[in-house]
Design a protein around this ligand. Structure first.
Ligand SMILES: Cc1cc2nc3c(=O)[nH]c(=O)nc-3n(C[C@H](O)[C@H](O)[C@H](O)COP(=O)(O)O)c2cc1C
Length: 323
């Protein structure tokens, strides 16, 4: 057992949160993670209310949370209000200013988790009243920014110790095994948030061909790009890019986003068809650099159990080195 301020704050057994991954993290994954001793988050994605309601139904009695892409849910804020009626254990906000939602989330009794990519985001999240901050490094799958996990996490830990000692810290980006969990704790985090490792689980809603492509990839096989957002017509800030698998699509369009925007009438439907078909060459396959240390698609509970026991071994072995 690894007990931390995160396990205490969330009332969970293991200091592990699963990322609210758009499209992939439904009720099955979130409830499996919660039943496995962590906290599972349903991915609110780009705001499909009907899908979200189904996922809460699937999760059933398991206490799960939910995550929203902040700039997107700002366009339909009623979705936050509706979702809070499902009594989520926590609400995570990423990629945008969380201020507009903080009071409502707290009033509903949910823990507010803010995912941050730099110190400005952290300062704003603290002022907003975040209970948990996720410091997300650039290794992460999906959307993120520039800072690497290894220096961002201890810098945020130092900042919080000074400025907001009650705020709990989770590390994210490239963490997929017990070494990563042990490292995050050593860097001053109270736990981790994992995306890619739990995306590679039997409960995630992922096309089998995407799973196969990830298993065949190593950590060099991804790229941060805006092309997958431009082709979908998603108005992401240029502060954020998405880490996806390098493929025919990224070879053609990464760095040529203006041209892609001009070709949207054909490129958009082509991308949509490729995504629906599980075509790993002509649509975005979202996973992070941790792909290089993931070799199997497994049940979430097995992943969590192994990571925790490996982290315990790593921490004990490290401690034994210091005489
Ligand atoms: C497939 C995929 C989809 C993601 N979608 C979201 C999302 O909708 N909202 C969000 O806040 N983060 C999203 N993320 C980022 C995660 O919150 C998290 O920061 C990241 O997965 C951590 O790094 P890791 O993938 O190396 O574990 C996504 C990540 C992946 C892999």
């Amino acid at each position: 057992m690894i007990s931390t301020r995160l396990t205490e704050k969330l009332g969970i057994k293991h200091p592990i949160i699963s990322a609210p991954m758009a499209f992939a993290a439904g009720g099955a994954l979130a409830s499996a993670v919660t039943r496995g001793g962590g906290l599972g988050l349903i991915g609110g994605g780009y705001g499909d209310a009907e899908w979200l309601a189904e996922q809460f139904d699937t999760a059933g009695d398991a206490p799960v949370g939910v995550g929203f892409i902040t700039w997107s849910v700002q366009r339909s804020p009623e979705l936050v209000t509706e979702t809070l009626r499902r009594r989520p254990a926590a609400v995570m906000l990423s990629f945008g200013d969380p201020r507009a939602f903080a009071d409502e989330i707290h009033a509903a009794g949910a823990t507010l988790i803010c995912q941050c990519q730099n110190l400005d985001h952290v300062r704003n999240a603290v002022t907003t009243g975040a209970d948990v901050i996720v410091a997300q490094g650039s290794e992460a799958g999906g959307h993120g920014a520039l800072r690497g996990t290894l220096s961002l996490v201890p810098e945020v830990a130092d900042f919080l110790r000074r400025e907001s000692p009650d705020t709990v810290l989770a590390a994210a980006g490239g963490i997929a095994d017990g070494r990563g969990l042990a490292a995050a704790l050593t860097l001053g985090a109270d736990g981790v948030l994992m995306g890619t490792r739990l995306w590679a689980s039997t409960e995630a809603q992922v096309h089998p061909s995407h799973h196969d492509a990830m298993l065949a990839a190593d950590g060099d096989g991804t790229i941060r790009t805006r092309a997958c957002d431009v082709v979908r017509g998603l108005p992401w800030s240029t502060d954020f890019t998405a880490r996806i698998r390098r493929n025919t699509f990224t070879e053609r369009w990464h760095g040529h986003e203006d041209e892609l925007a001009e070709s949207i009438s054909t490129a958009g439907p082509d991308y949509g068809d490729a995504w629906a078909a599980g075509d790993i060459d002509n649509a975005g396959v979202f996973f992070g650099e941790a792909a290089g240390i993931i070799h199997e698609i497994e049940q979430a509970v097995m992943i969590i159990d192994r990571i925790v026991s490996q982290a315990e071994d790593v921490l004990r072995t490290s401690a034994a080195r210091c005489n």
